[in-house]
Design a protein around this ligand. Sequence first.
Ligand code: ACM
Length: 262
Amino acid sequence: MKIGVYQFYPEWGQKEQNLLKIREAIYFHKNVDLWVLPELCTTGYQFTSKAELTALAEEFPDGETAHEIMQMTADLQNALIIGVAEKAGSDVFNSAAVFEKGNFLGTYRKIHLFYKEKNYFTPGEEIPRVFDIMGARVGVMICFDWIFPETARTLALQGAELLAHSANLVLPYCQQAMITRSIENRCFTVTANRIGSEERDGEKLVFTGMSQATDYTGVRLAQLKEDEEKVLIADMDLALANNKNITTMNHLFEDRRINLYK
Ligand code: ACM
């Protein structure tokens, strides 16, 4: 399965322009089966009020962004996971929306909010889930979820072959940590990060780029640079992730001593 990441510099508040860039990238690489795009990559990341966030957020699948992506994935017969601001009643979630061949499969609403996201977003209350996408089992997680290994494990225990990780990373440790998430769960991973910086209300955040793909043993298959706007494509034999035997006598899940963990 060919997994594509588009690492780019989303312009804050410029949804149309950002979607146009995404469209250009994915139409240029028609052989990709599943795209993973960065967190909040249509709206930008930093907000200074709930009203500002709400004005840019959309309902899924009823909003413009969802309609546009449904049309793209129908046209290209592929799948796409994208970080969005999802409006639901008076709440706004930091979500990843999942589409396959013109259909909306659902959203994952980020459960671990980072820093000032806590001021404006509502945390997701649903167990992180695995989606059946293009014949593969894909667990979806968003950015700061990486620092809670329970997220990746919850997805792996549901049979995730690939962890699709949509991100706007600012701390320097994640790309290394995702190698560990991969090893400890024997899952392929792909982290789609953004580049550039945002300065809002006197606070500047710099995003780390370095989007990457790993295989199910933690080997890095490809990685982008910290400042390049570019597509990464990794070819993955995802069925390999179903082999949870570490040695002939050690099974990743069966050897857990859950009665001894607290
Ligand atoms: C993050 O969760 N966007 C750091």
